[in-house]
Design a protein. Structure first.
Length: 125
């Protein structure tokens, strides 16, 4: 009986190859766990619409279900100028509620545009 010369002999068990495979899979799983927070923080402003007054505080609720809140910055634009109303740093809280007393902000009567910047602890800003 003739041997098939084109066929390779079977390799012996190589455990190093399996260790490398497991290491690569562990790195992929770790990266997935680190990068999985792809949702932006949620901002809720009360009252949502209508007139604002100095007697009624503006309530801002921010939350992030993923990596937690990092910072909040609220800006008021009026008459071509910007005023930072509040700037707050967080240490990973999942939610926070801020009450702004508009009477103490120095804003004038008239239209005001608010800007909200909320950051979380995820790797993607």
């Amino acid at each position: 009986m003739r041997k098939n010369r084109l066929r390779r002999p079977p390799r012996p068990f190589n455990g190093l190859r399996y260790v490398r495979f497991l290491l690569v899979m562990a790195v992929i799983a770790g990266l997935y766990g680190y990068l999985r927070d792809l949702k932006a923080p949620v901002i809720e402003v009360l009252p949502a619409q209508g007139m604002l007054s100095a007697q009624r505080p503006l309530t801002i609720k921010v939350s992030d279900s993923g990596s937690g809140l990092k910072s909040l910055r609220i800006i008021a634009r009026q008459g071509g100028s910007e005023t930072v109303l509040t700037q707050k740093e967080f240490s990973g809280e999942k939610s926070s509620e801020i009450h702004l007393d508009l009477g103490k902000t120095g804003l004038n009567d008239g239209s005001v545009e608010f800007g909200f910047e909320v950051r979380d602890h995820s790797i993607f800003p």
